[in-house]
Design a binder for this molecule. Structure first.
Ligand SMILES: Nc1ncnc2c1ncn2[C@@H]1O[C@H](COP(=O)(O)OP(=O)(O)OP(=O)(O)O)[C@@H](O)[C@H]1O
Length: 794
């Protein structure tokens, strides 16, 4: 930790936020100070002196004082920077405790928390006894007094149903337990947690949101509790625990000062950290709601795996995802995380491109075939059936049967097709019907070949075969070597004997959208060893209908699955509304089980989402253009940039919105398959709902959420003819809306014209139609837009 004789100056999680708010001249002074301090902490010009106990020191930074915690040797942690007067006032304000539950070292300022809660009414003993039902206070009620005028005489504390011991048991910092129990309004609670240690913040907000003690224990505390009994006097051990969040590198402080600090690179949540560092005895899966840091975990995992491999010239780790633009984004972020050295050792490529590369490398002679997408394939099916005057089968059904069952399971012969599993396909087919389908499929693939085209799935399946053959040869080789007692074989074909798996580790982002052929390909590219496949994804965000059962594809994740639940992106308000869009559906876990978003939560806050209906599409465009104008105006006034995006259900609408924005002088660009056109990173982005997967914006407008568009009226034709498909299509359409809504960091508007989408909960759809969208800075967004579905946060 310490660097020879020089001192290290690290940063405590949350101190970065405070530092960023400091006046410019103080930041400048801190910039100079860090150099001097590292050279020699006790240099008299630093005014270095002991504050309290053996560990707390202060040092001079202009008119301010740096509060420093001595971690050992020459290692110091910058805890806070305060005006000189405040520092020496009451030294008891600084607590540096080892949390009794998590074992984390927590350094915080009790007085700052007290001050941030404002003047609080009477202490707990004057508070009325808990109500008979003893239900935890729901968030809605909790925030009531703030919003409905003057507080009643003896307001009931938000956490009146809990005792000091319970809060301690949940891991609330000891120094803040009694204060937390006196808080009566949500805004004061938000003040308290601003300065509280992270875990205390998470627990208190979850309780205030109405989650009960048991759920908070299960979802928030237990995952970060220290596995061994905690010695609250042992600082050295506390330092090594993942729950202790301090920066690792000396340069981090400098980056905060330069406004270039990316917290995701440094402060992993302990639950994230654990997943990154764990050794898995086979494939592992991480799920979690939008914004819980799955991609971040995947990136850190890649770094962890590469670090363990050491330097070299090959690319032994594959990082793949579904979309091209997301692969580009992963590459950029990986570079940011670990520099060129890391990137040089990782193959970052989207899965279809990887498949094409393998097929063309293998010299199958098919590389000149043009690749077509699923819709084009469905049209080809339709054309073929029309030409054959074949009316028994529907083009969509055959296309799905071919791609999901036949290509999906690498079915190569009629006999194999007779035996193939058709899980999730709905409609049953007899043996005679299978024979019929098989014949049509053969005819269809010949037709594509004659036309010089093939589908992405065919490419993936061909690539999976190439890699499958290689894996089989490796296995045969090993067996032969084992039989020969480990002696070198003088095999005729040396290249055969030297065969290796393409990668040592495979990491997959957006795993929910990969199809069976993709998984077969990935499985074949890496040996069955520890840490072979690490995948992250969320089936609630599946938008391409590729349902899989990993176990049946040779990827056994049983016992190696984990879930992230804390959103780092969306506010509590947006998260509550977005969950309401998911309805009562159930969701799979990429295997035979189900996944849920239980425990999904956020500690971020912001205005409530605004739900807004008007009569016509033209009026909807006018409203969104006006809102974007206001957002941009406000950002300009504050000298900041605000990222804004508009998502719409159909392509035509993209052009219409874009044109109108440009007409009124707002720079706008439509999102293509590779993201925004270059040079348009700061324009307003407009795109179909599909384009928003994996992205995020400060302000998100989801428009055209109208009956017949979301979901598309086309899906209704399956209601009677193919109920299984109907359910799948509806679920996918819901997911699409959910994905778009959860791209929002700070504000979300959902609008429609005419009849609202059936996915919008009733209370929202009935919102007053003509209420204009509030100004972005306005607090609340209650009128017409207030929506927190019952139990949405539970
Ligand atoms: N430990 C962390 N510290 C700070 N920021 C974080 C952390 N983890 C994630 N984030 C931030 O939260 C946001 C969402 O993270 P990420 O994209 O990894 O989530 P995700 O689970 O992959 O989301 P989605 O499923 O919606 O694609 C990003 O802005 C990321 O930088």
């Amino acid at each position: 930790m310490s660097m020879q004789d020089k001192a290290t100056l690290r940063l405590l999680d949350k101190a970065d936020k405070e530092i960023r708010k400091l006046p410019r001249n103080v930041k400048g002074a801190l910039y100079d100070f860090q150099y001097k301090f590292r050279e020699n902490p006790t240099n008299p010009t630093n005014g270095f002196k002991q504050l309290k106990g053996e560990r707390l020191f202060s040092a001079r930074v202009g008119e301010y004082r740096a509060i420093l915690f001595h971690a050992g040797n020459q290692d110091y942690i910058l805890v806070a920077l305060r005006p000189r007067g405040q520092v020496y006032e009451h030294l008891e304000r600084y607590r540096f405790d080892i949390n009794q539950v998590t074992g984390a070292l927590e350094i915080f300022d009790v007085v700052a928390s007290e001050e941030a809660t404002g003047t609080e009414p009477p202490a707990p003993e004057q508070v009325p006894a808990p109500q008979p039902e003893a239900e935890p206070v729901p968030a809605e009620a909790a925030s009531g007094p703030d919003q409905t005028g003057p507080a009643p005489e003896s307001p009931r504390p938000l956490l009146a149903d809990y005792t000091e011991d319970q809060l301690r048991e949940l891991g609330v910092a000891d120094g803040l337990v009694s204060l937390a129990l006196t808080i009566t309004t949500e805004s004061r609670l938000l003040g308290l947690v601003e300065y509280a240690p992270r875990h205390t913040e998470e627990v208190l907000l979850a309780l205030a949101d109405g989650r009960g003690f048991d759920e908070v224990m299960e979802e928030v505390t237990r995952p970060v509790a220290a596995p061994e009994p905690v010695d609250t006097t042992d600082y050295d051990t506390a330092f090594t625990r993942p729950a202790t969040r301090v920066t690792t590198y000396d340069t981090d402080l400098q980056q905060v000062l330069e406004d270039d600090f990316a917290a995701w690179k440094v402060f992993l949540h302990p639950t994230q950290r654990r997943l990154v560092n764990r050794r898995y005895k086979g494939p592992a899966r991480v799920s979690g709601g939008p914004g819980t840091g799955k991609t971040i975990v995947a990136l850190h995992r890649v770094k962890h795996l590469v670090d363990r491999l050491g330097p070299g010239y090959t690319k032994p780790v594959l990082l793949t995802t579904f979309n091209k633009n997301l692969a580009a984004d992963l590459r950029r972020r990986l570079l940011d995380l670990g520099g060129q050295q890391l990137l040089d050792r990782v193959d970052v490529v989207n899965i279809d491109q990887l498949a094409s590369r393998i097929v063309s490398e293998s010299g199958q002679g098919r590389q000149r075939r043009r690749t077509i997408n699923d819709q084009q394939a469905a049209r080809e099916w339709q054309d073929m059936l029309t030409e054959l005057n074949e009316r028994t089968w529907d083009a969509d059904f055959l296309n799905a049967e071919w791609s999901q069952v036949i290509l999906g399971q690498s079915v190569r012969t009629r006999g194999e097709y007779f035996r193939a599993r058709r899980a999730g396909r709905g409609q049953r087919v007899s043996r005679a019907q299978r024979a019929d389908i098989w014949q049509l499929v053969e005819r269809f693939t010949m037709r594509l070949e004659e036309r010089g085209v093939w589908t992405f799935r065919q490419v993936a399946e061909a690539a999976a075969r190439v890699e499958g053959d290689r894996a089989a040869k490796i296995a045969a080789n090993r067996e032969r070597e084992a039989n020969a007692g480990g002696q070198m074989l003088h095999h005729q074909d040396q290249s055969f004997a030297n065969l290796r798996f393409r990668y040592e580790h495979v990491v997959v982002d957006e795993a929910q959208d990969l199809n069976p052929a993709h998984w077969t390909l990935l499985r074949a590219m890496v040996d069955h060893t520890d840490n072979d496949i690490f995948l992250v994804g969320d089936t609630h965000q599946r938008i391409y209908g590729n349902q899989v059962s990993l176990g049946s594809l040779g990827i056994n994740i049983v016992g190696r699955s984990a879930r992230l639940t804390l959103s780092y992106r969306t506010t509590r308000e947006i998260l509550g509304s977005a969950l309401g869009l998911l309805g009562e559906e159930t969701w799979d876990d990429l295997d035979e089980g189900t996944d849920t978003l239980r425990g999904y939560r956020s500690v971020l806050r912001g205005p409530r989402p605004f739900f807004h209906g008007v009569d016509t599409w033209a009026a909807e465009i006018d409203a969104l253009v006006a809102r974007i104008g206001a957002i941009r105006e406000q950002a300009r006034a504050e000298g900041k940039f605000a990222s804004v995006a508009v998502a719409v259900p159909v392509r035509d609408m993209v052009g219409e919105v874009e044109r109108e924005l440009v007409r009124v002088g707002i720079s706008a660009a439509s999102l293509g398959p590779e993201g925004p056109p270059s040079g348009h990173e700061e324009s307003v982005h407009v795109g179909t709902l599909h384009r928003y997967k994996g992205l995020e914006y400060q302000h998100m407008i989801v428009a055209g959420v109208t009956d017949g568009l979301v979901p598309n009226a086309n899906v209704d034709r399956y209601e009677d003819s193919d109920p299984a498909r109907y359910r799948r299509e509806l679920q996918m359409a819901r997911s699409l809306l959910f994905v778009a809504a959860t791209r929002a960091r700070d504000s979300l508007v959902v609008s429609w014209h005419g009849e609202p989408s059936r996915f919008l909960p009733k209370q929202v759809a009935q919102a007053e139609k003509s209420t204009p969208a509030p100004e972005p800075a306005e607090e609340g967004f209650e009128d017409g837009g207030l929506f927190k579905p019952p139990n949405a946060l539970l």
